[in-house]
Design a binder for this molecule. Structure first.
Ligand code: MN
Length: 489
Protein backbone atom coordinates (compact mmCIF):
# COMPACT_ATOMS: atom_id res chain seq x y z
CA UNK A 1 0.00 0.00 0.00
CA UNK A 2 1.31 3.45 -0.93
CA UNK A 3 0.24 5.62 2.00
CA UNK A 4 -0.16 9.38 2.08
CA UNK A 5 -1.36 11.99 4.57
CA UNK A 6 -3.85 14.79 4.06
CA UNK A 7 -3.16 18.41 4.93
CA UNK A 8 -6.35 20.17 6.05
CA UNK A 9 -6.09 23.86 6.79
CA UNK A 10 -8.63 25.79 8.82
CA UNK A 11 -9.87 29.26 7.93
CA UNK A 12 -13.15 31.16 7.62
CA UNK A 13 -14.89 33.67 5.27
CA UNK A 14 -14.45 36.67 7.61
CA UNK A 15 -11.20 37.91 6.06
CA UNK A 16 -12.47 38.09 2.47
CA UNK A 17 -11.57 36.03 -0.61
CA UNK A 18 -8.03 37.42 -1.00
CA UNK A 19 -6.88 36.17 2.37
CA UNK A 20 -8.47 32.76 1.83
CA UNK A 21 -6.74 32.52 -1.54
CA UNK A 22 -3.39 33.40 0.02
CA UNK A 23 -3.90 30.80 2.75
CA UNK A 24 -4.72 28.20 0.12
CA UNK A 25 -1.66 29.00 -2.00
CA UNK A 26 0.65 28.92 0.98
CA UNK A 27 -0.83 25.66 2.25
CA UNK A 28 -0.21 24.07 -1.16
CA UNK A 29 3.35 25.38 -1.16
CA UNK A 30 3.99 24.11 2.36
CA UNK A 31 2.57 20.63 1.66
CA UNK A 32 4.72 20.29 -1.46
CA UNK A 33 7.85 21.54 0.31
CA UNK A 34 7.28 19.39 3.43
CA UNK A 35 6.72 16.31 1.26
CA UNK A 36 10.35 16.55 0.11
CA UNK A 37 11.52 15.79 3.64
CA UNK A 38 8.84 13.45 4.95
CA UNK A 39 8.73 9.64 4.56
CA UNK A 40 5.21 9.85 3.08
CA UNK A 41 3.61 12.54 0.90
CA UNK A 42 1.63 15.27 2.62
CA UNK A 43 -1.18 16.09 0.21
CA UNK A 44 -2.95 19.45 0.45
CA UNK A 45 -6.71 18.86 0.45
CA UNK A 46 -8.74 21.85 1.52
CA UNK A 47 -8.82 25.22 3.20
CA UNK A 48 -11.89 24.55 5.28
CA UNK A 49 -14.33 27.36 6.00
CA UNK A 50 -17.56 25.53 6.78
CA UNK A 51 -18.88 22.63 8.83
CA UNK A 52 -19.84 20.85 5.59
CA UNK A 53 -16.36 21.10 4.07
CA UNK A 54 -14.81 19.56 7.19
CA UNK A 55 -17.45 16.84 7.52
CA UNK A 56 -16.95 15.96 3.84
CA UNK A 57 -13.16 15.77 3.91
CA UNK A 58 -13.24 13.59 7.04
CA UNK A 59 -15.68 11.22 5.35
CA UNK A 60 -13.35 10.98 2.35
CA UNK A 61 -10.32 10.40 4.58
CA UNK A 62 -12.13 7.62 6.45
CA UNK A 63 -12.98 5.79 3.24
CA UNK A 64 -9.66 6.20 1.44
CA UNK A 65 -7.41 3.24 2.35
CA UNK A 66 -4.31 5.09 1.13
CA UNK A 67 -4.91 7.96 3.58
CA UNK A 68 -2.99 7.01 6.73
CA UNK A 69 -3.87 10.15 8.64
CA UNK A 70 -4.70 13.86 8.58
CA UNK A 71 -2.55 16.84 9.50
CA UNK A 72 -4.42 20.00 10.44
CA UNK A 73 -3.25 23.59 10.86
CA UNK A 74 -4.99 26.92 11.28
CA UNK A 75 -3.21 29.64 9.31
CA UNK A 76 -5.97 32.02 10.38
CA UNK A 77 -8.62 31.77 13.05
CA UNK A 78 -11.04 28.93 12.25
CA UNK A 79 -14.02 28.88 14.63
CA UNK A 80 -13.93 25.32 15.83
CA UNK A 81 -17.60 24.55 16.45
CA UNK A 82 -17.63 23.99 12.69
CA UNK A 83 -15.04 21.20 13.20
CA UNK A 84 -17.14 19.20 15.68
CA UNK A 85 -19.24 17.16 13.26
CA UNK A 86 -16.21 16.22 11.18
CA UNK A 87 -13.88 15.39 14.07
CA UNK A 88 -16.58 13.36 15.81
CA UNK A 89 -16.55 11.01 12.80
CA UNK A 90 -12.79 10.89 12.26
CA UNK A 91 -11.41 7.34 12.12
CA UNK A 92 -7.88 8.16 10.99
CA UNK A 93 -4.80 9.24 12.96
CA UNK A 94 -4.78 12.97 13.58
CA UNK A 95 -1.86 15.36 13.96
CA UNK A 96 -2.31 19.02 14.83
CA UNK A 97 0.67 20.85 13.36
CA UNK A 98 1.07 24.26 15.03
CA UNK A 99 3.28 26.37 12.79
CA UNK A 100 3.16 29.63 10.86
CA UNK A 101 4.09 30.62 7.33
CA UNK A 102 6.62 33.32 8.22
CA UNK A 103 9.50 32.55 10.52
CA UNK A 104 9.96 36.04 11.89
CA UNK A 105 7.79 39.04 12.75
CA UNK A 106 8.59 41.57 9.98
CA UNK A 107 9.34 44.79 11.85
CA UNK A 108 8.40 47.33 9.14
CA UNK A 109 5.79 45.37 7.29
CA UNK A 110 3.64 44.30 10.20
CA UNK A 111 0.22 45.97 10.37
CA UNK A 112 -3.33 44.78 11.05
CA UNK A 113 -3.66 43.14 7.61
CA UNK A 114 -0.54 41.09 8.33
CA UNK A 115 -1.93 40.21 11.75
CA UNK A 116 -5.25 39.02 10.29
CA UNK A 117 -3.53 36.79 7.75
CA UNK A 118 -0.82 35.39 10.05
CA UNK A 119 -2.60 34.46 13.23
CA UNK A 120 -1.86 30.77 13.72
CA UNK A 121 -0.84 31.64 17.28
CA UNK A 122 -4.47 32.05 18.21
CA UNK A 123 -6.05 30.02 15.40
CA UNK A 124 -4.21 26.94 16.62
CA UNK A 125 -5.36 27.57 20.18
CA UNK A 126 -9.01 27.51 19.10
CA UNK A 127 -8.28 24.31 17.19
CA UNK A 128 -6.44 22.75 20.15
CA UNK A 129 -9.37 23.49 22.43
CA UNK A 130 -11.95 21.65 20.39
CA UNK A 131 -9.80 18.53 20.08
CA UNK A 132 -9.18 18.62 23.83
CA UNK A 133 -12.89 19.20 24.49
CA UNK A 134 -13.78 16.22 22.29
CA UNK A 135 -11.06 14.08 23.98
CA UNK A 136 -9.58 13.36 20.56
CA UNK A 137 -6.47 11.17 20.62
CA UNK A 138 -4.03 13.25 18.57
CA UNK A 139 -0.44 14.31 18.16
CA UNK A 140 0.39 17.97 18.69
CA UNK A 141 3.60 19.12 17.01
CA UNK A 142 4.70 22.76 17.27
CA UNK A 143 7.58 24.31 15.36
CA UNK A 144 8.60 26.09 12.19
CA UNK A 145 7.66 24.13 9.07
CA UNK A 146 11.08 24.52 7.44
CA UNK A 147 13.06 23.16 10.39
CA UNK A 148 14.70 19.77 10.10
CA UNK A 149 13.76 18.84 13.67
CA UNK A 150 10.10 19.48 12.82
CA UNK A 151 10.35 17.32 9.68
CA UNK A 152 11.78 14.53 11.81
CA UNK A 153 8.93 14.76 14.30
CA UNK A 154 6.19 14.80 11.67
CA UNK A 155 7.96 11.98 9.84
CA UNK A 156 8.18 9.89 13.01
CA UNK A 157 4.50 10.45 13.68
CA UNK A 158 3.66 9.47 10.08
CA UNK A 159 5.51 6.18 10.57
CA UNK A 160 3.56 5.53 13.78
CA UNK A 161 0.33 6.28 11.89
CA UNK A 162 1.36 3.82 9.19
CA UNK A 163 1.80 1.35 12.05
CA UNK A 164 -1.88 1.96 12.83
CA UNK A 165 -2.89 1.30 9.20
CA UNK A 166 -0.82 -1.90 9.13
CA UNK A 167 -2.25 -3.01 12.47
CA UNK A 168 -5.85 -2.50 11.36
CA UNK A 169 -5.44 -4.83 8.38
CA UNK A 170 -2.95 -7.29 9.90
CA UNK A 171 -3.51 -11.03 9.53
CA UNK A 172 -1.51 -13.45 11.64
CA UNK A 173 -1.00 -17.12 10.73
CA UNK A 174 -0.55 -19.44 13.69
CA UNK A 175 1.02 -22.83 13.02
CA UNK A 176 -0.26 -24.75 16.02
CA UNK A 177 -1.19 -23.31 19.39
CA UNK A 178 0.78 -21.51 22.10
CA UNK A 179 3.37 -23.43 24.07
CA UNK A 180 1.56 -25.53 26.66
CA UNK A 181 0.88 -23.89 30.05
CA UNK A 182 2.50 -20.53 29.19
CA UNK A 183 0.45 -17.53 30.37
CA UNK A 184 2.07 -14.41 28.93
CA UNK A 185 1.79 -15.55 25.32
CA UNK A 186 -1.96 -15.99 25.73
CA UNK A 187 -4.48 -13.28 25.01
CA UNK A 188 -8.01 -12.45 23.98
CA UNK A 189 -8.07 -12.59 20.19
CA UNK A 190 -11.50 -11.00 20.03
CA UNK A 191 -10.31 -8.06 22.16
CA UNK A 192 -7.19 -7.71 20.03
CA UNK A 193 -9.19 -7.70 16.81
CA UNK A 194 -11.62 -5.14 18.21
CA UNK A 195 -8.90 -2.80 19.49
CA UNK A 196 -6.04 -3.36 17.08
CA UNK A 197 -7.69 -4.93 14.04
CA UNK A 198 -5.61 -8.12 14.06
CA UNK A 199 -7.09 -11.22 12.45
CA UNK A 200 -5.40 -14.08 14.30
CA UNK A 201 -6.17 -17.58 13.05
CA UNK A 202 -4.67 -21.06 13.10
CA UNK A 203 -3.48 -23.33 10.30
CA UNK A 204 -2.49 -26.92 10.89
CA UNK A 205 1.19 -27.85 10.79
CA UNK A 206 0.00 -30.67 8.50
CA UNK A 207 -1.06 -28.03 5.96
CA UNK A 208 2.46 -26.64 6.03
CA UNK A 209 4.03 -30.09 5.67
CA UNK A 210 1.80 -30.68 2.64
CA UNK A 211 2.86 -27.35 1.17
CA UNK A 212 6.53 -28.25 1.82
CA UNK A 213 6.23 -31.52 -0.04
CA UNK A 214 5.11 -29.58 -3.12
CA UNK A 215 8.23 -27.33 -3.14
CA UNK A 216 10.50 -28.12 -6.11
CA UNK A 217 14.27 -28.58 -6.09
CA UNK A 218 14.54 -25.66 -8.52
CA UNK A 219 12.76 -23.37 -6.05
CA UNK A 220 15.15 -24.51 -3.32
CA UNK A 221 18.17 -23.92 -5.61
CA UNK A 222 17.02 -20.34 -6.24
CA UNK A 223 16.63 -19.57 -2.53
CA UNK A 224 19.97 -21.26 -1.74
CA UNK A 225 21.60 -18.84 -4.21
CA UNK A 226 20.03 -15.93 -2.27
CA UNK A 227 21.29 -17.35 1.03
CA UNK A 228 24.80 -17.64 -0.43
CA UNK A 229 24.60 -13.98 -1.47
CA UNK A 230 23.38 -12.59 1.85
CA UNK A 231 24.94 -14.97 4.36
CA UNK A 232 28.10 -16.96 4.95
CA UNK A 233 27.31 -20.67 4.69
CA UNK A 234 29.40 -22.01 7.58
CA UNK A 235 28.24 -25.62 7.66
CA UNK A 236 28.85 -28.79 5.65
CA UNK A 237 25.33 -29.92 6.35
CA UNK A 238 23.84 -28.46 3.17
CA UNK A 239 20.87 -30.81 3.39
CA UNK A 240 19.78 -29.08 6.60
CA UNK A 241 20.06 -25.66 4.94
CA UNK A 242 18.05 -26.88 1.95
CA UNK A 243 15.42 -28.17 4.35
CA UNK A 244 15.13 -24.69 5.87
CA UNK A 245 14.81 -23.23 2.36
CA UNK A 246 11.95 -25.63 1.70
CA UNK A 247 10.27 -24.55 4.93
CA UNK A 248 10.71 -20.88 4.07
CA UNK A 249 9.28 -21.27 0.57
CA UNK A 250 6.26 -23.21 1.84
CA UNK A 251 5.56 -20.76 4.69
CA UNK A 252 5.91 -17.76 2.38
CA UNK A 253 3.46 -19.28 -0.11
CA UNK A 254 0.90 -19.87 2.63
CA UNK A 255 1.40 -16.43 4.19
CA UNK A 256 1.09 -14.63 0.86
CA UNK A 257 -1.90 -16.68 -0.26
CA UNK A 258 -3.77 -15.76 2.93
CA UNK A 259 -2.50 -12.16 3.01
CA UNK A 260 -0.74 -12.74 6.35
CA UNK A 261 2.14 -10.51 7.36
CA UNK A 262 3.00 -12.33 10.56
CA UNK A 263 3.20 -15.91 11.82
CA UNK A 264 3.96 -17.98 14.87
CA UNK A 265 4.89 -21.60 15.48
CA UNK A 266 5.97 -23.75 18.39
CA UNK A 267 8.67 -26.35 18.88
CA UNK A 268 6.01 -28.49 20.58
CA UNK A 269 4.15 -28.95 17.33
CA UNK A 270 6.43 -29.86 14.45
CA UNK A 271 4.51 -32.95 13.48
CA UNK A 272 5.87 -34.17 10.15
CA UNK A 273 8.77 -31.67 10.08
CA UNK A 274 12.40 -32.58 10.63
CA UNK A 275 13.55 -29.20 11.95
CA UNK A 276 12.07 -26.24 13.74
CA UNK A 277 12.20 -23.42 11.16
CA UNK A 278 15.25 -21.35 12.16
CA UNK A 279 16.98 -19.85 9.16
CA UNK A 280 13.58 -20.04 7.42
CA UNK A 281 11.93 -17.79 10.03
CA UNK A 282 14.96 -15.50 10.19
CA UNK A 283 14.99 -14.93 6.44
CA UNK A 284 11.23 -14.30 6.40
CA UNK A 285 11.66 -11.73 9.19
CA UNK A 286 14.36 -10.03 7.15
CA UNK A 287 11.70 -9.54 4.45
CA UNK A 288 9.36 -7.80 6.89
CA UNK A 289 7.21 -10.66 8.17
CA UNK A 290 6.51 -10.71 11.89
CA UNK A 291 7.41 -13.79 13.89
CA UNK A 292 6.82 -15.07 17.42
CA UNK A 293 8.19 -18.25 18.93
CA UNK A 294 6.25 -20.63 21.18
CA UNK A 295 3.02 -19.61 19.50
CA UNK A 296 3.40 -16.01 20.65
CA UNK A 297 1.15 -14.36 18.08
CA UNK A 298 1.10 -11.02 19.98
CA UNK A 299 4.85 -10.51 19.65
CA UNK A 300 4.67 -11.71 16.06
CA UNK A 301 2.08 -9.09 15.19
CA UNK A 302 4.00 -6.36 17.03
CA UNK A 303 7.17 -7.33 15.13
CA UNK A 304 5.38 -6.95 11.79
CA UNK A 305 3.92 -3.58 12.80
CA UNK A 306 7.18 -2.17 14.16
CA UNK A 307 9.09 -3.36 11.11
CA UNK A 308 6.58 -1.51 8.93
CA UNK A 309 7.03 1.61 11.09
CA UNK A 310 10.80 1.56 10.58
CA UNK A 311 13.13 2.94 7.93
CA UNK A 312 11.96 2.19 4.39
CA UNK A 313 8.92 0.30 5.66
CA UNK A 314 11.08 -2.59 6.95
CA UNK A 315 13.27 -1.38 9.78
CA UNK A 316 15.66 -2.94 12.27
CA UNK A 317 13.04 -4.44 14.58
CA UNK A 318 12.93 -8.06 15.65
CA UNK A 319 11.47 -10.71 17.88
CA UNK A 320 13.72 -10.99 20.95
CA UNK A 321 13.85 -12.87 24.21
CA UNK A 322 15.53 -11.93 27.48
CA UNK A 323 17.72 -14.94 28.13
CA UNK A 324 20.36 -14.35 30.76
CA UNK A 325 22.15 -11.63 32.78
CA UNK A 326 25.74 -10.58 33.34
CA UNK A 327 25.67 -9.32 36.93
CA UNK A 328 29.26 -8.19 37.47
CA UNK A 329 29.11 -5.03 39.60
CA UNK A 330 29.16 -1.90 37.46
CA UNK A 331 29.08 -4.00 34.30
CA UNK A 332 25.54 -5.32 34.22
CA UNK A 333 24.14 -6.48 30.90
CA UNK A 334 21.21 -8.43 29.53
CA UNK A 335 21.84 -11.06 26.90
CA UNK A 336 19.01 -11.49 24.43
CA UNK A 337 18.67 -14.26 21.89
CA UNK A 338 16.29 -17.03 20.95
CA UNK A 339 16.70 -20.71 20.41
CA UNK A 340 17.02 -19.96 16.68
CA UNK A 341 14.92 -17.10 15.42
CA UNK A 342 16.62 -13.70 15.63
CA UNK A 343 16.12 -11.37 12.65
CA UNK A 344 19.33 -10.45 10.78
CA UNK A 345 18.12 -6.83 10.55
CA UNK A 346 19.75 -6.51 14.01
CA UNK A 347 23.14 -7.74 12.84
CA UNK A 348 26.25 -5.60 13.07
CA UNK A 349 27.19 -4.50 9.57
CA UNK A 350 30.86 -5.51 9.68
CA UNK A 351 30.25 -9.27 9.39
CA UNK A 352 27.81 -11.37 7.37
CA UNK A 353 25.51 -13.56 9.47
CA UNK A 354 26.75 -17.18 9.41
CA UNK A 355 24.50 -20.12 8.57
CA UNK A 356 25.35 -22.86 11.07
CA UNK A 357 23.78 -26.16 12.05
CA UNK A 358 23.71 -27.36 15.63
CA UNK A 359 21.80 -29.81 17.73
CA UNK A 360 18.66 -28.35 19.31
CA UNK A 361 17.59 -30.26 22.40
CA UNK A 362 14.29 -28.47 22.89
CA UNK A 363 11.35 -29.77 20.91
CA UNK A 364 10.92 -32.63 18.48
CA UNK A 365 13.73 -31.86 16.05
CA UNK A 366 14.76 -35.00 14.22
CA UNK A 367 17.67 -33.19 12.56
CA UNK A 368 20.00 -30.32 13.56
CA UNK A 369 18.29 -27.10 12.46
CA UNK A 370 20.16 -24.52 10.40
CA UNK A 371 20.12 -20.99 11.80
CA UNK A 372 21.82 -17.62 11.33
CA UNK A 373 24.40 -16.78 13.97
CA UNK A 374 25.57 -13.17 14.43
CA UNK A 375 26.18 -10.38 16.92
CA UNK A 376 23.69 -7.54 17.26
CA UNK A 377 24.80 -4.00 16.54
CA UNK A 378 25.47 -1.19 18.99
CA UNK A 379 23.11 1.72 19.52
CA UNK A 380 20.12 3.11 21.37
CA UNK A 381 17.09 0.88 21.12
CA UNK A 382 13.83 -0.07 22.79
CA UNK A 383 12.24 -3.35 23.81
CA UNK A 384 8.46 -3.57 23.66
CA UNK A 385 6.00 -6.07 25.07
CA UNK A 386 2.22 -6.24 24.62
CA UNK A 387 0.42 -8.05 27.42
CA UNK A 388 -3.24 -8.87 27.95
CA UNK A 389 -4.25 -7.62 31.41
CA UNK A 390 -7.76 -9.07 31.15
CA UNK A 391 -10.17 -6.43 29.91
CA UNK A 392 -7.42 -4.31 28.40
CA UNK A 393 -4.09 -4.43 26.62
CA UNK A 394 -0.90 -2.92 28.07
CA UNK A 395 2.08 -1.94 25.93
CA UNK A 396 5.33 -1.82 27.90
CA UNK A 397 8.35 -0.09 26.41
CA UNK A 398 11.83 0.09 27.93
CA UNK A 399 14.77 2.18 26.77
CA UNK A 400 17.96 0.17 26.31
CA UNK A 401 21.46 0.76 24.97
CA UNK A 402 22.83 -2.11 22.88
CA UNK A 403 26.56 -2.77 23.04
CA UNK A 404 28.96 -4.98 21.17
CA UNK A 405 28.78 -8.22 23.19
CA UNK A 406 31.53 -7.98 25.81
CA UNK A 407 32.65 -11.56 25.19
CA UNK A 408 32.74 -13.76 22.07
CA UNK A 409 30.74 -16.69 23.54
CA UNK A 410 32.15 -19.12 20.94
CA UNK A 411 29.98 -22.03 22.05
CA UNK A 412 26.70 -20.15 21.92
CA UNK A 413 25.08 -21.44 18.70
CA UNK A 414 22.59 -18.59 18.18
CA UNK A 415 22.47 -14.90 17.29
CA UNK A 416 22.91 -12.68 20.33
CA UNK A 417 22.30 -9.06 21.34
CA UNK A 418 23.68 -7.49 24.52
CA UNK A 419 22.31 -4.38 26.16
CA UNK A 420 22.15 -2.15 29.18
CA UNK A 421 18.58 -1.66 30.35
CA UNK A 422 17.31 1.66 31.73
CA UNK A 423 17.44 2.95 34.39
CA UNK A 424 19.87 0.14 35.27
CA UNK A 425 19.67 -3.62 35.12
CA UNK A 426 18.14 -4.41 38.50
CA UNK A 427 15.73 -1.45 38.73
CA UNK A 428 14.85 -2.07 35.09
CA UNK A 429 14.05 -5.70 35.82
CA UNK A 430 12.00 -4.72 38.88
CA UNK A 431 10.02 -2.22 36.78
CA UNK A 432 9.54 -4.70 33.94
CA UNK A 433 8.32 -7.46 36.26
CA UNK A 434 6.10 -5.05 38.18
CA UNK A 435 4.42 -4.04 34.91
CA UNK A 436 4.03 -7.69 33.85
CA UNK A 437 6.21 -7.48 30.73
CA UNK A 438 6.89 -10.72 28.86
CA UNK A 439 10.19 -12.52 28.23
CA UNK A 440 9.41 -12.07 24.54
CA UNK A 441 9.76 -8.56 23.15
CA UNK A 442 10.23 -6.65 19.95
CA UNK A 443 13.66 -5.04 20.01
CA UNK A 444 13.97 -2.04 17.71
CA UNK A 445 16.83 0.24 16.79
CA UNK A 446 14.82 2.58 14.60
CA UNK A 447 11.38 2.86 16.14
CA UNK A 448 11.41 5.24 19.11
CA UNK A 449 9.55 5.12 22.41
CA UNK A 450 7.71 8.31 21.37
CA UNK A 451 6.45 6.52 18.27
CA UNK A 452 5.22 3.59 20.35
CA UNK A 453 3.51 6.02 22.71
CA UNK A 454 1.81 7.67 19.74
CA UNK A 455 0.84 4.28 18.35
CA UNK A 456 -0.65 3.18 21.69
CA UNK A 457 -2.57 6.45 21.95
CA UNK A 458 -3.99 6.03 18.45
CA UNK A 459 -4.94 2.41 19.22
CA UNK A 460 -6.43 3.46 22.57
CA UNK A 461 -4.41 1.07 24.73
CA UNK A 462 -2.36 1.59 27.90
CA UNK A 463 1.27 2.62 27.46
CA UNK A 464 4.00 2.19 30.09
CA UNK A 465 7.47 3.59 29.47
CA UNK A 466 10.53 2.60 31.51
CA UNK A 467 13.19 5.26 31.04
CA UNK A 468 16.47 6.38 32.62
CA UNK A 469 14.33 8.43 35.05
CA UNK A 470 11.85 5.73 36.06
CA UNK A 471 11.83 4.49 39.65
CA UNK A 472 10.01 1.45 40.92
CA UNK A 473 7.99 3.70 43.22
CA UNK A 474 6.89 6.07 40.47
CA UNK A 475 6.01 3.14 38.24
CA UNK A 476 3.93 1.44 40.93
CA UNK A 477 1.95 4.64 41.37
CA UNK A 478 1.46 4.99 37.64
CA UNK A 479 0.25 1.41 37.27
CA UNK A 480 -2.14 1.82 40.20
CA UNK A 481 -3.66 4.97 38.68
CA UNK A 482 -3.75 3.38 35.24
CA UNK A 483 -5.71 0.47 36.65
CA UNK A 484 -8.31 2.84 38.05
CA UNK A 485 -8.46 4.97 34.90
CA UNK A 486 -8.85 2.01 32.55
CA UNK A 487 -11.65 0.58 34.65
CA UNK A 488 -13.55 3.84 34.13
CA UNK A 489 -12.90 4.05 30.39
MN1 MN B 1 10.84 -17.90 23.40
Amino acid sequence: MKYNFWFIVGSQFLYGPEVVETVENRAKEMAAELSKYLPYPLVYKVTAKTNQEIADIVKQANYDDTCAGIVTWCHTFSPSKMWINGLANLQKPYCHFATQYNREIPNDEIDMDFMNLNQAAHGDREHGFIAARLRMPRKVIAGYWQDEAVHKRIGDWMRAAVGVAVSKTLKVMRFGDNMREVAVTEGDKVEVQTKLGWQVNTWAVGDLVKEMSAVSEAEIDALMAEYAEKYEIATDNIAAVRYQAKEEIAMKKMLDREGCRAFSNTFQDLYGMEQLPGLASQDLMAQGYGYGGEGDWKVSAMTAIMKAMGEGGNGASAFMEDYTYHLAAGEEYSLGAHMLEVCPSLAAVDAKPRIETHHLGIGMNEKDPARLVFEGKEGNAIVVSLVDMGGRLRLICQDIVCVKPIMPMPNLPVARVMWKAMPNLTDGVECWLTAGGAHHTVLSYDVSAEQMRDWAKMMDIEFVHITAETTVESLEKELFLNDLAWKLK
